[in-house]
Design a protein around this ligand. Structure first.
Ligand code: HEC
Length: 132
């Protein structure tokens, strides 16, 4: 049963490169309506530290850092961050507290929004200023 599910995932992954100009295929397929819902949730729950423009504040890091690219902090990292909080480990902003009042679906919408913006805006180097 597990094996079948894995085979399905692998098969689906192998289909992706055949989608024409999908060289830059995002890890998370974007649903624009979901991302739009996520934008409001992000503004209400995340922007005070991660910035209304996602570029961070003096209380939290930029969500456009390459550190948060899907291949480094996958979507599951977002759910865990919200549910458990994050002890400071990559930055010096202090700990991220657990965020109350969000369902897993809410977090999925926030992730859709963040991934969408990462695709549109591109990534900042990590550590910041690494390019100069
Ligand atoms: C009170 C400030 C604050 C708020 C509010 C906040 N964060 Fe954070 N967040 C942080 C800080 C600080 C870090 C960096 C911790 C480190 O790595 O040093 C962080 C890190 C993260 C990480 C990386 C987790 C990891 O595994 O390294 C994710 C993902 C994240 N935040 C998502 C969110 C989302 C989504 C929201 C809104 C639902 C949110 N944060 C709200 C402060 C905040």
């Amino acid at each position: 049963m597990k094996r079948t599910a894995l085979a399905t995932v692998v098969a689906a992954a192998m289909l992706v490169p055949s989608c024409g100009e999908a060289a830059d295929t995002p890890t998370t397929p974007q649903d624009p309506a979901l991302a739009t819902a996520g934008a409001d949730l992000y503004a209400a729950h995340c922007a005070e530290c991660h910035g209304a423009d996602l570029r961070g504040t003096d209380r939290g890091p930029s969500q456009l850092s390459e550190l948060y690219a899907p291949d480094h902090h996958g979507d599951g990292a977002y759910l865990l961050a919200v549910q458990r909080g994050v002890p400071a480990h990559h930055w010096r902003f202090g700990d991220m507290p657990r965020i109350e009042g969000l369902t897993a679906d809410d977090v999925a919408a926030i992730v859709a929004y963040v991934r969408q913006q990462q695709l549109i805006e591109g990534f900042e180097p990590y550590p910041p200023g690494a390019e100069g």
